[in-house]
Ligand binder design. Sequence first.
Ligand code: URA
Length: 231
Amino acid sequence: MDNALRLQYLEAMGIDVWLPRGSVHGEQAFSPEVIDNAGPEITASATDNWDELQAEVAGCTKCALCKTRTQTVFGLGNKQADWMLVGEAPGQHEDEQGLPFVGSAGLLLTEMLRAIGLTRDEVFITNILKCRPPNNRDPRADEVESCNDYLQRQLKLIQPKIILAVGRIAAQTLLKTDMTLARLRGKVHAYNNTPVVVVYHPAYLLRSLPEKRKAWQDLQLAIQTVKECEG
Ligand code: URA
């Protein structure tokens, strides 16, 4: 990405462009207010492995989305990542390329990570659904149910220190709630024993500049949470 576009994204997020890469200074992070617990026990077998899981996802016909997808989008990144990012579902570009978050929202997500000193190679990025819903409609309950096993097995294999739920649908699905994103953000939740921090979806941030500072606060909270896990 050229520098001008990068700076535009950073500015859209309210991130001062002089921020040293990797710095966690800036606005005060939120104090965690509540710990929720959501999600069933993860049931991947001890012998589960990436290649098998990836092949299963690639050939999945568990729901009707297999008929309309171009290809599945398994997820991408570090299989031993401390940070696992979970979005909603592939969009058009992701469906075409077989990779998560590759459209303009993906570029902003990359910049959000960069602003907190992370590259996409250091994290693992996936979605609740591995197939694109037609016209990017919201995932249906049966589709979420069909895909749930794949996400759980990914979590079990990676064992991240933190899950970033990217956007309302991912947050509500992971945390099994219909609370608004505004109420879910700014708190540390848990999925089994893994902390979950909810962040605004970059596609929403691209449209809603007033929320940019909150996005930065959410990232700070995530950093603080990982540090506390390590400490
Ligand atoms: N939005 C998402 O939630 N996931 C993607 O992979 C792309 C856009």
